[in-house]
Design a protein around this ligand. Structure first.
Ligand SMILES: Nc1nc2c(ncn2[C@@H]2O[C@H](COP(=O)(O)OP(=O)(O)OP(=O)(O)O)[C@@H](O)[C@H]2O)c(=O)[nH]1
Length: 367
């Protein structure tokens, strides 16, 4: 059976920077065929037009589809499923699907739609990315223009008009696999760090929180989270209860938040700005115990806030090379092919937000 096509759901309030982030991603897709599904309303197709003008040769009009207005729970069979099927039935299906939500609908029902028969065997939710307006959240407004958000809500009878934005925001955070604190150019020094720490404490354990300006994130960081979000919906409580389908909801239980340790040296490095990402390579010799090494890698990732770590390892006594891929502290390993004539070394690429402690990370991975 062919591998499932990964789909990333991008959510966040009006004006948070979803379109800007997606546009940056399409411009830096490096040959990856990304199809885009946009769910918007009352917006006269503005986002689609912006993206259609993106000028990237790998990004053609055919790769952009629009979902009609309305609540995803009600329109899933007539709209979402046919749109997905059209994409999947193409001669050259996309490598990755990105779905931009309208931002006011809850992300959970959209993720749930991936469990639909016929879809669940072909596509999986790679991850939910929640884009937040760092300035607005720091100011307690949650959106750049609360009036504009309210106007958008009034246009859609399917949306509930009562719930405060703070609660919808909690829903978006509860559903996220990655939170992007955007507009960090509008934050003062220290505010981005403070917001990142707060959101990390509010989000589920292991959720990555990154900062960006103009949604400029490496595609490697944004895509390829490999979460399978449709399979762990129960963990993504809807704080705010949608007016339909109350039977879908689960009681909210307290979960332990993984409070991150903040090391003094982090602050030093963060002075150089929050927006840049960096990567570097660590090499080492053969490894005796692959399971112990995977655990060691997970520890290093946790200690240093590494976003991605991937590469190959040489294992003593094994002719095959071990492929290692980590998203946050989840480390996957498998033997992919014999080294053959290639040098038997271990080579790992480390990716994170600028300010990684190269010396300490290198030492910890070589230990
Ligand atoms: N200063 C600043 N402005 C930004 C940043 N990212 C986006 N913007 C601006 O914020 C506005 C909204 O950005 P969009 O990308 O359209 O936001 P969106 O979330 O797609 O909004 P809708 O599609 O309308 O829901 C635009 O004018 C962007 O140029 C940022 O990092 N810093």
């Amino acid at each position: 059976m062919p591998a499932k096509i990964p789909a990333t759901v991008v959510t966040g309030f009006l004006g948070a920077g979803k379109t800007t982030l997606i546009r940056h991603m399409l411009e830096h897709a490096e040959g990856k065929r990304i199809a885009l599904i946009i769910n918007e309303f009352g917006d006269l197709g503005v986002d689609g037009d912006i993206l259609k003008g993106c000028g990237d040769e790998t990004c053609t009009e055919d790769d952009i589809m629009e979902l009609s207005n309305g609540c995803i729970c009600c329109t899933v069979a007539d709209d979402f499923i046919p749109t997905m099927e059209k994409l999947l039935d193409r001669e050259t299906p996309p490598d990755h699907i990105v779905i931009e939500t309208s931002g006011l609908a809850l992300p959970q029902p959209l993720v749930r739609a991936f469990n639909w028969p016929g879809i669940s065997t072909k596509v999986t939710v790679d991850g939910v990315v929640t884009v937040v307006d760092g300035r607005a959240v720091t100011d307690g407004r949650f959106a750049h223009s609360v009036e504009a958000v309210d106007a958008q809500r009034k246009l859609d009878e399917n949306l509930d008009h009562e719930t405060p934005l703070s609660e919808l925001f909690e829903d978006q955070i509860a559903c996220a696999d990655m939170i992007v604190v955007n507009k960090s150019d509008l934050l003062e020094a220290g505010q981005a760090d403070a917001l990142r720490a707060t959101l990390k404490a509010d989000a589920r354990a292991g959720v990555q929180v990154v900062t960006s300006t103009m949604g400029a994130l490496p595609v490697d960081v944004l895509l390829g989270q490999g979460v399978g979000a449709e399979g762990d919906l129960d963990a993504r409580h809807e704080v705010h209860h949608h007016h339909h389908h109350d039977d879908d909801h689960h009681d909210h239980d307290d979960h332990d938040h993984a409070h991150e340790h903040h090391h003094a040296h982090d602050h030093h490095h963060h002075e150089h700005g929050h927006d840049e990402f960096e990567s570097f390579v660590v090499e080492r010799g053969e490894i005796a115990d692959p399971a112990a090494f995977a655990a060691q890698v997970a520890d290093v990732i946790r200690a240093h806030d590494i976003l991605r770590l991937k590469g190959f390892a040489a294992i003593e006594g094994k002719p095959m090379r071990l492929t290692l891929q980590a998203v946050g502290p989840r480390v996957d390993t498998y033997f992919d092919r014999p080294f053959g004539t290639d040098a038997r070394t271990t080579r790992l690429v480390v990716i994170g937000q600028a300010g990684l402690d190269h010396t300490a990370i290198t030492a910890a991975l070589q230990a």
